[in-house]
Write a protein that binds this ligand. Structure first.
Ligand SMILES: Nc1ncnc2c1ncn2[C@@H]1O[C@H](COP(=O)(O)OP(=O)(O)OP(=O)(O)O)[C@@H](O)[C@H]1O
Ligand SMILES: [Mg+2]
Length: 348
């Protein structure tokens, strides 16, 4: 692990509220962040995980590059949402070559898209036995990949890796927490418009799901119920005190959205537990900007009845203070989990 690949990449996470960037370098036996930051995107630039306005994305990427003085044009990015299917399948035991040959046919039975429209990837899982192989299949619609890579190419970047948000998140978790092989953990990334869920154990993903819910739901409720602009509602959500609002109403509204979020998490965890490979989830790590909603972590901890913690993508990765504003990065650390996972693709 941590060996440098031939060419390093810059992690670039195109979210619906911000574009985030992260560059890592080897430092001693570990790693350090040498570039990190974000740039806001105008509303409706990214909708349902699809880039609607490639110009705005390209401009934001280039502003980030310029502001942070990034030279490396090779980037690792990620997609999420409904055009990505991630599924565990079981096939008879066979050689690597036979599997590579038959995987398209196997995938056809399990993927609800035309197989000629998708990019397919797979990984043989450790749970495989002498007679059967457990295989994790990932299929991403080609137009989705095209949609993301085009915006980056427009910005003059070279997309070297197209990952899946949930896997980048897992990468950031594993490097920073080095979990025991027996620990089954639920990873949540709650952004502005999507919540990525990945249930992982022993370095493998057991179940993933993307739910269309996020921080925007809180903002929406404040806008509607308090008759505020988006910007005002964002401030109220973050308890910035402007405009002044009734604290009791604020808390009630936050609670109403947190309940919906909890319901989706419960539904996903229950579905996983009831599946043939299901097992109890022992711990939850939450990332994404929405973690910072006042009381959300405590609420999830109480209702899920298991330890729930904020995921720290800089737990074992240091911040090179001569090159980055460490306080600023720590302030936004939960939102940086996916992009740190992407930057980690520079290393084996
Ligand atoms: N201090 C805070 N309190 C509450 N919410 C916050 C805070 N800081 C950021 N957020 C919210 O976090 C969200 C942004 O998080 P993040 O950067 O993870 O999302 P994104 O990657 O842009 O979006 P997505 O992945 O959903 O497309 C926004 O809804 C923002 O309002
Ligand atoms: Mg995101």
């Amino acid at each position: 692990m941590f060996g440098l690949r031939e060419k390093s990449v810059v992690g670039l996470d195109i979210g619906s509220s911000t574009v985030k960037v992260c560059e890592l370098k080897k430092k001693g036996r570990g790693m350090a962040v040498v570039t990190g930051g974000f740039e806001p995107l105008p509303a409706d630039t990214v909708v349902d995980g699809a880039i609607m306005d490639a110009n705005s994305v390209a401009e934001a990427v280039n502003r980030l590059y310029q502001r942070l003085g990034i030279k490396n044009q090779r980037v690792a990015t990620a997609v999420s949402g409904h055009s990505v299917i991630c599924k565990k399948i079981t096939v008879p035991q066979m050689t690597e070559e036979d599997l590579a040959e038959s995987i398209h046919w196997e995938a056809e039975q399990h993927i609800p898209f035309d197989i000629s429209d998708v990019n397919l990837d797979y990984q043989v899982l450790k749970s495989s036995s002498a007679t059967a192989l457990d295989v994790l299949l990932v299929a991403v619609k080609r137009d989705k990949i095209w949609n993301h890579t085009q915006a980056l190419i427009q910005a003059g970047k070279s997309p070297a890796v197209v990952d899946f948000d949930a896997f980048a998140l897992q990468n950031a978790y594993e490097v920073n927490y080095e979990p025991a092989p027996s620990l089954c953990v639920g990873l949540l990334n709650i952004g502005a418009s999507v919540m990525n869920i990945n249930i992982v154990k022993n370095g493998e993903s057991l179940f993933t799901r993307d739910v269309s819910i996020g921080g925007n739901q809180y903002t929406d409720v404040f806008q509607k119920e308090m008759n505020l602009s988006f910007e005002e509602a964002e401030k109220v959500k973050r308890a910035k005190g402007t405009p002044p609002v009734d604290e009791k109403t604020r808390r009630t509204l936050i609670q109403s959205v947190s309940e919906v979020m909890l319901l989706e998490i419960h539904k996903t965890f229950d579905f996983f537990r009831a599946s043939p490979t299901g097992e109890p989830i022992q711990r939850v790590y939450v990332s994404g900007g929405t973690v910072r909603i006042e009381g959300l972590i405590e609420y999830l901890r109480e209702k899920l009845g298991i330890p729930v913690e904020e995921l720290d993508p800089f737990r074992k990765i240091s911040l090179d203070e001569s090159r980055v504003d460490a306080a600023k990065l720590r302030d936004i650390s939960p939102a940086m989990a996916v992009v740190v996972g992407l930057a980690l693709r520079s290393f084996d």
